[in-house]
Design a protein around this ligand. Structure first.
Ligand SMILES: [Mg+2]
Length: 410
């Protein structure tokens, strides 16, 4: 066991009922009412406020059952585009506290605070409180923060005092803390493993770390011994600072009709380009390659792939390339049924978002334009604000896409 307090300092920040909190942030009229956020087909509950939870509503519960239990709750369809924007805001705030952040999910991150006490002239508990306060003030949602010496301990700590709480677990107080944590509350231990551990007299996290390593290895293999080390304050898992990047970002669609008009194709391509650029900007990506294709009536396609002069997320740079590609591909008299834009060789614009001192990207103003458009469209429905050149594209409601893995948001 550790005999020092801070060989490392990792914070885990976790938003409280994230999706429901996002809805409350833009609908103050819903405050003090139970809120349930529904899955894309409105089939089941994907998130709920604490009062809805207290009334027996669980994540994954079918809507009809939830409504039977709690008819007075507000039931809201999920809006993942908006939650993505709120997530971007959350991480932009956290990035001011440390340049080393792992975006773990849409509403959870690990932040390496080691060595930053002297920079901020604050203890870890005060830094954690400052993070909570900044998020609350600037987004209207609350987060809970755990700070400890490993990722696993920090994650358990953030769960310990929810909502809107800070829990600090220095190295010398690990045993005292883990005595109060059930084995079931260790990340990675589900009902089956809980039952198995229970047979060997392991009911608390403290009993788990005091058990023989060979026993844990026999019961849970490598993942068990890794957890045991992490819970003893011995770091196994490093922060993953580089997020996994998508291979490409594609926006393609049928035209909904068979057409020959170059202007109509140009409008659809503008629409697709806007959406590709928006995704690049909001996720802080840049692309180095662009492909444009036109699908013919015959289902053949004509395409061109262009290497960009420099990595960009700029709508205007991408649009120039796309419209030039259309000039090359378009054949008068030919009939078309679809088109698309695909950005690839995606890189993270790391120096842009996670720069501790907030240096702006070169065409930051343009990024802001797209983000603002995206924000408005997130609030008032997709297509509310669009690039003028895409106006001929018929406005239609697209099925919402899951941009993030669905986590239980509470
Ligand atoms: Mg959460």
């Amino acid at each position: 066991m550790l005999v020092t307090d801070w060989p490392h300092a990792i914070a885990h920040v976790d938003a409280d009922c994230f999706y429901a909190s996002c809805e409350l942030a833009r609908r103050p009229d819903l405050r003090n009412r139970p809120v349930c956020v529904l899955s894309s087909q409105d089939a089941c509950v994907v998130a709920k406020t604490y009062d809805a939870k207290a009334a027996g509503i669980s994540t994954g519960m079918p809507v009809w059952e939830a409504k039977k239990r709690l008819p007075q709750a507000e039931y809201i369809p999920a809006d993942f585009g908006y939650y993505g924007q709120m997530s971007d805001k959350l991480f932009a705030i956290l990035a001011r506290f440390s340049p080393e952040i792992e975006v773990y999910s849409i509403d959870e991150g690990f932040i390496d605070l080691h060595g930053l006490r002297s920079l901020w002239r604050k203890g870890y508990g005060e830094i954690a409180n400052a993070m909570r306060e900044a998020v609350r003030r600037e987004t209207g949602i609350t987060v809970s923060v755990g700070v400890s010496v490993t990722k696993t301990l920090a994650k358990i700590a953030s769960e310990f005092n929810k909502p809107d709480g800070t829990t600090i677990v220095p190295g010398r107080r690990i045993a005292e803390f883990l005595a109060r944590v059930k084995a079931r509350d260790i990340p990675g231990i589900g009902a089956n493993r809980e039952a198995l551990l229970d047979k060997f007299g392991i009911a608390t996290a403290l009993q788990f770390i005091e058990a023989d390593e060979a026993l844990i290895s026999k019961l849970m293999g490598r993942s068990g011994t890794d957890l045991r080390h992490e819970l003893r304050g011995e770091r196994v898992f490093a922060l993953e600072l580089e997020p996994r990047l998508p291979k490409s970002i594609a926006r393609t669609a049928s035209l909904g009709e068979i057409i020959a008009s170059r202007e109509t194709l140009a409008a659809h391509l503008t629409h697709h380009t806007t959406r590709v650029a928006t995704e690049l900007v909001t996720k802080r990506y840049m692309a180095a390659k662009l492909a444009v294709f036109l699908r013919l009536k015959s289902f053949d396609s004509a395409s061109v792939e262009i290497r960009l002069d420099y990595q960009t997320s700029s709508y205007f740079a991408l649009s120039r390339v796309v419209q030039a590609a259309l000039e090359r591909l378009y054949q008068p008299g030919q009939l078309y049924r679809g088109c698309g834009v695909i950005a690839s060789e995606i890189r993270f614009a790391a120096s842009v978002t996670f720069d501790l001192f907030g240096v702006m990207e070169q065409d930051g103003r343009q990024g802001t334009l797209l983000e603002t458009m995206d924000e408005i469209n997130g609030k008032y429905g997709s297509g509310t604000v669009r690039m003028l050149a895409s106006l001929p594209v018929k406005r239609h409601e697209k099925a919402r896409r899951f941009n993030y893995p669905l986590f239980e948001a509470d």
